[in-house]
Design a protein around this ligand. Sequence first.
Ligand SMILES: [Zn+2]
Ligand SMILES: [Zn+2]
Length: 181
Amino acid sequence: MLLSPEKQQYYMGIAFAVRKRANCVGRKVGALLVVENRIISTGYNGTPEGLTNCNDGGCHRCANRAAYQSSVGYDVCICVHAEQNALLSAARFGIAVSGAATFTTLKPCFGCAKELFQANVRTLYYLDEWVYPRQELQEQYADLLRRFDVINVATVDPEAEWARGGASTRPSVDDLGHQQL
Ligand SMILES: [Zn+2]
Ligand SMILES: [Zn+2]
């Protein structure tokens, strides 16, 4: 059963707070895993524990964005996505995530969506849209997302500009007109 709009806004507000620690120079993202109306794990995006933060130059891909198209090269990106970090924190402390819902401030990328799915997370509450830039893969991404309950949460992002990476530092849309992650 889906959460009420008030509960959805409450959890997304917590995801905004979690996101404040994001250290990626790209989009800033916060995510939660919720089971039976309880938060069991949180995550934000950035480099792994103990490594130089992305915004201090710790990620080659993020520091050289011109060399990598949006959504391309995640395998060599040292930054861990918010949804991945939420799953991995749960793994670290032995918390079951099967049947959880996720709240994320940005619609999951292909990689996070498949990982959430494989962890048996089947409900997806998100705020910002993310369109898969590579057209040939859009259908497979759509097929993956059809296996979730996907809910766009109606709420206002108080730090939308910062979370998009800041218009002054890098554009929020690439030359294909899609949002960059
Ligand atoms: Zn980064
Ligand atoms: Zn992701």
